[in-house]
Design a protein around this ligand. Structure first.
Ligand SMILES: Nc1nc2c(ncn2[C@@H]2O[C@H](COP(=O)(O)OP(=O)(O)O)[C@@H](O)[C@H]2O)c(=O)[nH]1
Ligand SMILES: [Mg+2]
Length: 394
């Protein structure tokens, strides 16, 4: 596989690079490094909502509209079941597949649980790869309204929440899960009779949220009747210049900052902790368990697990470029680890205010994704720039 060819947009190499990311290991590591060195510029659109809500159909419509505007589009479709056994993915392939012949479109389905043990790990890398390969727009389709979907939408510049008519009590789930993260609500299947009711329920819900400074848009769209689709494409296209990646350099900036931190960290060197990927508020590290990590009972020492988790957490909370420091941390270990195993630590942000942040780190065994340990930590954010503290530009 040639990473440079993938970054130049060669479809076959892109496919191989994605497989390498999914499979993990040394090759994935190389791909991530190459991606991190390139400059991202894509508008990343996250599309989430309940199963059967019309997400894939909507994505098809968006592809068509964005292509008409001359944009190239990559799609990452994430399904909770395995991509090989799940019927839904096959269905998605068929419905979205009609656009596969177009050179300006690349569609890839991913399983929601990569072997690295977290939804965002593989998906985030694939988004970054498409970005680096020069696609103008990257659309990410995820199912549901759970924590992992909230997590995945962190990668997106624009978050679209699909609400089909007749959700009933499920509107509560949307309220609890994704209301906070939506830039736009799309009431899908607008040709169905309940669509207007769903729209007014949503509008009522949004009016209740006084604290929200930016009120999300609500649009009714029928993919079947092609109603509202042009307006939605125009709305999305108009946002392409104000994505987070454009504003802050996004994942790339975070990666560069975090890799500088880890290369200057003596404990990371001592224990052999390596950076796998990083974005704002989230990092993934790995460590091979060696003789030096073992305790008297020939198991990986709890202190080594804590150090790995603490490193991942520390980098995640420092990834915005402001110094943050752990003030309280609790590690729970559920499985012992033998010598020779690779461990993966995935840190993600639970909440963050101006001064206080809460982070979780999941430590898993790379070989099979077995849960090893969990670190919960609270950090205190200092009013100090990390760059300045490290003495120079990153
Ligand atoms: N009536 C109507 N049905 C739709 C529309 N969009 C999607 N559907 C149907 O809803 C079902 C689920 O659509 P799909 O896009 O697979 O939903 P997903 O699971 O959210 O990706 C399919 O049977 C679609 O044909 C629409 O605009 N109107
Ligand atoms: Mg779908």
């Amino acid at each position: 596989m040639c990473i440079q060819k993938a970054l130049a947009g060669d479809r076959r190499s892109i496919g191989q690079a994605i497989s390498a990311l999914e499979n993990g290991g040394e090759m994935a590591y190389e791909v991530r490094r190459a991606i991190a060195a390139s400059q991202g510029r894509a508008h990343v659109i996250g599309v989430t909502g309940p199963p059967g809500g019309g997400k894939s159909t909507l994505v098809s419509v968006l592809i068509k509209g964005l292509r008409k505007k001359g944009k190239t589009v990559a799609v990452v479709a994430i399904d909770p079941s395995s991509p090989f056994t799940g019927g839904a993915v096959l269905g998605d392939r068929i419905r979205m597949g009609e656009r596969q012949w177009d050179e300006g479109v690349f569609i890839r389905s991913l399983a929601s649980r990569g072997h690295l043990g977290g939804l965002s790990v593989a998906a985030g890398d694939v988004i970054d790869l498409f970005d680096a390969a020069g696609f103008d727009v990257v659309i990410v389709e995820t199912v549901g309204a759970g924590q992992s979907e909230v997590e995945i939408t962190r990668f997106a510049d624009t978050r679209v929440v699909v609400c089909p008519p007749g959700l009933g009590d499920d509107v509560q789930a949307i309220k609890a899960g994704v209301l906070e993260i939506a830039d736009i609500f799309v009431v899908s299947k607008a040709d169905l009779p309940d669509a207007r009711k769903t729209e007014s329920e949503l509008l009522a819900m949004l009016t209740l949220r006084r604290s929200q400074t930016v009120v999300p848009e609500v649009k009714r769209v029928s993919a079947a009747g092609e109603e509202g689709t042009d307006a939605l494409v125009d709305w999305l296209d108009a946002r392409s210049e104000r994505g987070r990646r454009h504003a802050a350099g996004g994942a790339n900036t975070a990666y560069k900052l975090v890799s500088k931190c880890i290369s200057g960290d003596n404990m990371a060197q001592l224990l052999g902790i390596e950076l796998v990927s990083a974005s704002m508020g989230s990092t993934t590290l790995r460590m091979k368990v060696m003789r030096k990590h073992m305790n008297f009972n020939d198991r990986c020492h709890g202190g080594a697990l804590f150090a790995l988790g603490d490193m991942a957490l520390g980098l995640a909370c420092n990834s915005y470029g402001k110094i943050a420091t752990l003030v309280d941390g609790q590690l729970s270990i559920s499985t012992a680890v033998e010598e020779g195993e690779w461990l993966v630590a995935h840190a993600y942000e639970v909440s963050r205010s101006r001064k206080i942040g809460s982070y979780h780190v999941k430590i898993t065994r790379a070989r099979d994704g077995e849960h090893i340990a969990m670190l919960h930590g609270t950090v205190y954010v200092l009013d100090k720039s990390l760059e300045a503290a490290m003495g120079g530009s990153v």
